[in-house]
Every structure is written in structure tokens, then in C-alpha cells.
Design a protein around this ligand. Structure first.
Ligand SMILES: Nc1ncnc2c1ncn2[C@@H]1O[C@H](COP(=O)(O)OP(=O)(O)OP(=O)(O)O)[C@@H](O)[C@H]1O
Ligand SMILES: [Mg+2]
Length: 570
């Protein structure tokens, strides 16, 4: 059979960049023999001698097709020998299937740039060859946007993989991959880069495995079950009900009784000092009232109080007193069994040492300020990250706590009017916002969805990490505009990511089941183009590690609301 090509004999005016002067000019070269709207077939040849060469055609590599005035950039997604037999002495013709990504164009001043999509299709016979290093760098260049380096691209370790932190944050991001591929490590790297370029950014990591304390000995403070105070009065009605009734179904009237009792206890708590503080905060320091307790008409904000009072505490002893009064009423409003059952339940939580974070010191606080300042690092003192160790909390309250925290993050960011930005990073996000609506906890879903949908305007951002994108609420994932997809073994998970990728490089996603540890396919707003990359290597003291000691535990500091608001930008 006559061979269509002989690599060494091929002369083109576009020689690929050479890595050193001794390198022979032979390259994997070929000719376009078929083309449709998004793909082309290239005919080339491989000899026995060059199959190991770095220049050989290989899946996942970018190649360029020379059109004279421009060069099409395409991605190899399939390779096949034309003949069934292999010749040791001759070159073996091969078919290379590629998908178009975009083109490198030269403007009037002679400056090259890459643009996605192609304006001219390659004619049959056009020459294809391995991409020049310069073109490859252009493809991954963020252009006018400033990028930070997070690793290198897989095809060429000399080309940095860069991401635009503002775009990645403000349109939310997700990192998915099967267990052990390096998700948490990659997150640590991204967070390090993010806080380095965004001085007003605070990060709250919801850390179910208590692994991030060790990753940020210099940048984070840790909050664990011991150091945490999240008073029960900061829980909204549905969040509190979840804590109180989780693990046992409530008697018929119990949730309604709880609602009434909390409402009455709130009304009994009227400390002028806290009202004054709240009013100050609402009027002079912030244009928008700090509505940190929930919606205005709810039980959390009694009608007679102003909206700023949503953050007002109530006393647990008032809760017991109100229940006792209801029990003692001559004309029964609620069944006594339900009243007593509720009292026993609240009483046992109140006495349970595992719930000390909710009940232990709750009534030592008169405002939300000390709590917010601890959780959200106000002032920051050089440590913008909070590693919130959910692993130390009773499993049944984790959802409610995640809900409270995400809600507060949104409210605080929006109340600060740009003084602080908050990123909520959810590890194992499929646990809080599962795709199955009947599972999970509605308020957590709501709080995260609110950040995902409206957070951008207010400086509240979401970072989602999961091993099982197929089990994550698709509406949350669809709000994440930058996705780092690491290896995914499961077909359904791959399918989810495939459908999330909108640009032409759908073939890239085919590699998802086989890419290496630390590798990712990054696509979306935060990157220049869909890129296959490898995250930079972290130093041992920057790696997350479960159960490792490290990270200073956050102490409490007791600011007034005014004080805290003044320090939001610090
Ligand atoms: N960027 C990196 N630099 C150095 N080592 C890394 C990096 N990424 C991963 N590793 C190594 O791989 C191990 C597993 O990584 P990591 O814990 O980040 O995986 P994971 O995907 O979060 O796993 P899991 O699903 O169990 O949470 C790390 O302990 C570390 O040894
Ligand atoms: Mg992990």
C-alpha cells in the first residue's frame, strides 16, 4: 500500500517550536482528510521507531491545523491505525480524530490571540501538526483578566494553569472527584491563592472530617465543638425544630407548641441595651438592617419588635416557664402530654454536654456580635479562614448548624455592604444538599441556594466539594460557574459533569474516568478555556489531614455590635 505521508519528508512553513536545537524537525504531522462542523479526521503515520517519542500523537493532546493566516486548535480524542497489521519497516498510517476548540489569530499589530470557536473550517488537505508551545500558552492565557497560578497544564508542564480568582468566586465554584484524588488538597491550594489576592475575603469551611486545621496553620483558626458557641436563640424556628425533634418524631402538636413557646419567650426578653444596640446598627451604621434572625413576619421576629430585633436572644428558663404556664392553664390549649414531652426534650438537650455549644453559654450573650466575630473572623488578625469542625458536633445537629452558618454568612456579607466578602466552602456537599429533595434539610438547602442565586451581588460565595456530583442537588451545581472535575469513576457522575460543560470541548470530559491523581479538567468562568491541568504540589504542612493537630483554636472576643461593624473591613 502506498503510504499517504512520510513525516520526515514533510516540509511546512509552520514549524513547531523546538525544545532544543538538537531536536530533529520530524514531528507528528498529518493532513486533514475529513471535516464536519466541530470535528476533523487527520491522516498521519507512525513508524516503529517513533511510537515512544514525546511528539507522537496521543489522546488529550492539542494539535493545530495550519490555515496560513490562522491556526485551528483542536483536541485529539481518538486514534486508530488504518491497517490491521503493523509494519516494522514502513510507516503505519493512522487516523487521528480531533475536536475543534478555537483558533489562534493574529491582529493588525501582529499580536496573537486565541479565540474559542472557529471562523474558518480547514480545507481537505490542510496540514496538522503538534501545537507550538507559544500557541498552547495562548490558549490557556486569561488575557486581560489577572490570573493566579494553581498548577500546570498536563500537556506541557512549562505552561502554568491559571485561574481568575474574582470570576471563580463571584460565580461560585465546584470541585468534584472520586475519593482520594486530591480534592481537599486542591481546595486548600485554591483557598490559599484566593485569600492572597482578595484581602477582604473570609472563608468559612464546613469541615466534616476536621482535616483543614492542619492545612492552614498560618491562615486559619479552628472552631470545634469545645470552642463553639452557637446559642439556640440564633436558630430559626425550623432549624431549632430540627434539632429538638431529630431522632424522634414529634408528637402531633409539639412543633406548634415549640413555635408558640419560643415566640412568647422572645417577647419576654426585652433588654433595652440590646434593643438600643440593634437600633444603632440598623439605622446609623448600616443602611440595611442586620436581619440576622430570619424573615420579618416569622416567629423569630415578633410583630411588636422592629426587624433589627431578629437577632435578640431569649432565655431558656423563660421557655420552661412558658411551658409550665401552658400546662397550668385551666382551659387547655395544648394536650398536656405534648407539653410535658416537649419540656422533657428541651430539658435533656439543655443538660446534654454534647449540646453545650447551643445551651451552655447561650444566655451569656446579648447580641449576635461575639458569635459572628468568632465564626467570621472579625477582625481578621491575618487569619481569614475558619475551619469549622463539624466532626465534633452531634451528627444530628450538623444540618441545622450548616443552615444557621450559611444563612448568617449571607446576611453578614450583605449587611456589610461590601466591607467583607464571605466564601462558604462545603465539603461533602451532597450531604447537605442531596439531589433527592426528600432527604437533606430544607433550610440548609434554602440557605445555600440563596448564596448560589443571589450571593454574587452581596459578596457571598459558595464553594462546593463532593465525591458524588450525581447525588448533589443539580440546581446548586448548575449555579457553580467554574468546575474542577477530577477523576470520576461512576458513569452517572461523569454524565452530570458532561452535561454541565457547555463549550465545544465535550471530548475532554471523556478523560474523566482515567485522569491521574491531582489532575483536573477545569472549565467555566474562572479559566480561559477548558483545560486539563495538574494542581501544584503542596508542602506537607499545607496538606489537609484528618485528625492531625494544628491550627489555633479560635478564642472568643466580646465586641459590641457597633464595634464589630466598625471592624468588618479589617
Ligand atoms: N496537590 C497536592 N500536593 C501534594 N500531595 C497531594 C496533593 N493532592 C493530593 N495529594 C496527596 O493525596 C492524598 C489524598 O488527597 P486528598 O485528601 O486531598 O484527597 P480527597 O479527594 O480530598 O480524598 P477524600 O475523598 O477522601 O476526601 C493527600 O493526603 C496527599 O498525600
Ligand atoms: Mg477530601
Amino acid at each position: 500500500m502506498q503510504l499517504p505521508l512520510k513525516n520526515a519528508a514533510f516540509h511546512t512553513d509552520v514549524l513547531p517550536d523546538r525544545r532544543d536545537g538538537h531536536q530533529p524537525p520530524e514531528r507528528a504531522l498529518g493532513r486533514v482528510i475529513a471535516c464536519d462542523g466541530s470535528r476533523a479526521t487527520i491522516l498521519s503515520a507512525v513508524s516503529t521507531g517513533n511510537w515512544l517519542a514525546g511528539d507522537a500523537w496521543a489522546i488529550g493532546r492539542m494539535v493545530s491545523i495550519n490555515l496560513g493566516s490562522s491556526r485551528i486548535v483542536a483536541l485529539v480524542y481518538k486514534l486508530q491505525a488504518v491497517n490491521d497489521a503493523w509494519s516494522e519497516s514502513e510507516e503505519n498510517p493512522i487516523r487521528v480524530e480531533v475536536e475543534f476548540l478555537g483558533e489562534v489569530l493574529e491582529n493588525a499589530e501582529g499580536k496573537l490571540r486565541f479565540q474559542s470557536g472557529i471562523s474558518t473550517f480547514p480545507p481537505i488537505g490542510a496540514i496538522a501538526h503538534r501545537i507550538r508551545a507559544g500557541d498552547l500558552a495562548l490558549v490557556h492565557d486569561l488575557g486581560d483578566r489577572s490570573g493566579v497560578e494553581i498548577g500546570h497544564i498536563t500537556q506541557d508542564a512549562s505552561i502554568p494553569a491559571t485561574v481568575s480568582i474574582p470570576d471563580m468566586l463571584s460565580r461560585h465554584f465546584a470541585l468534584v472527584g472520586t475519593t482520594g484524588v486530591g480534592k481537599s488538597s486542591a481546595v486548600s491550594l485554591l483557598l490559599r491563592r484566593a485569600v492572597a489576592v482578595r484581602p477582604r475575603l473570609r472563608v468559612l469551611i464546613l469541615d466534616p472530617h476536621n482535616e483543614y486545621a492542619s492545612a492552614f496553620p498560618d491562615l486559619a483558626l479552628t472552631i470545634d465543638g469545645e470552642s463553639l458557641d452557637l446559642p439556640f436563640w440564633m436558630f430559626k424556628q425550623d432549624e431549632l425544630a430540627d434539632v429538638v425533634f431529630r431522632g424522634r418524631a414529634p408528637l402531633e402538636d409539639e412543633p406548634d407548641i415549640l413555635r408558640e413557646v419560643v415566640s412568647a419567650a422572645r417577647a419576654r426578653y426585652r433588654m433595652p441595651s440590646s434593643q438600643d444596640l440593634a437600633r444603632d446598627l440598623g439605622s446609623s451604621l448600616l443602611k440595611r438592617p442586620l436581619d440576622l434572625g430570619g424573615s420579618r413576619q416569622s416567629v423569630d421576629t415578633p410583630q411588636q419588635a422592629g426587624p433589627a430585633d431578629a437577632a435578640t436572644p431569649y432565655r431558656i428558663k423563660d421557655v420552661f416557664t412558658v411551658i409550665d404556664e401552658l400546662v397550668g392553664l385551666h382551659e387547655q390549649r395544648w394536650p398536656r402530654t405534648a407539653l410535658r414531652s416537649l419540656k422533657v426534650r428541651v430539658g435533656s438537650l439543655h443538660a446534654d454536654p454534647r449540646y453545650r455549644f447551643m445551651f451552655g453559654r447561650a444566655n451569656m450573650y446579648e447580641t449576635v456580635a461575639p458569635i459572628l466575630s468568632q465564626v467570621f473572623r472579625i477582625p481578621m488578625h491575618g487569619r481569614p479562614i475558619t475551619a469549622f469542625q463539624l466532626g465534633g458536633l452531634p451528627a444530628e445537629v450538623v444540618n441545622a448548624v450548616a443552615s444557621v452558618l450559611s444563612r448568617l454568612a449571607f446576611d453578614l456579607a450583605s449587611a456589610s455592604q461590601g466591607a467583607c466578602e464571605i466564601l462558604v466552602l462545603c465539603e461533602e456537599a451532597h450531604r447537605y444538599v442531596p439531589s433527592d429533595i426528600s432527604r437533606g434539610f430544607a433550610p440548609t438547602r434554602q440557605a445555600l441556594a440563596r448564596i448560589a442565586k443571589e450571593g454574587r451581588k452581596y459578596g457571598a460565595y459558595l464553594g462546593i466539594v463532593t465525591q458524588r456530583p450525581g447525588e448533589l442537588d443539580p440546581t446548586i451545581l448548575s449555579q457553580c460557574s467554574t468546575i474542577f472535575a477530577m477523576r470520576l469513576a461512576n458513569e452517572r457522575d461523569q454524565q452530570i459533569i458532561r452535561s454541565a460543560i457547555s463549550d465545544a470541548s465535550a471530548s475532554t470530559i471523556n478523560f474523566l474516568s482515567s485522569i491521574g491523581n491531582r489532575e483536573a479538567i477545569a472549565f467555566g468562568e474562572g479559566v480561559a478555556t477548558t483545560m486539563r491541568m495538574r494542581f501544584a504540589e503542596l508542602k506537607p504542612h499545607e496538606l489537609p489531614a484528618m485528625g492531625a493537630r494544628g491550627g489555633e483554636v479560635a478564642g472568643r472576643y466580646e465586641p459590641t455590635l457597633d464595634d464589630m461593624v466598625r471592624r468588618m473591613g479589617t
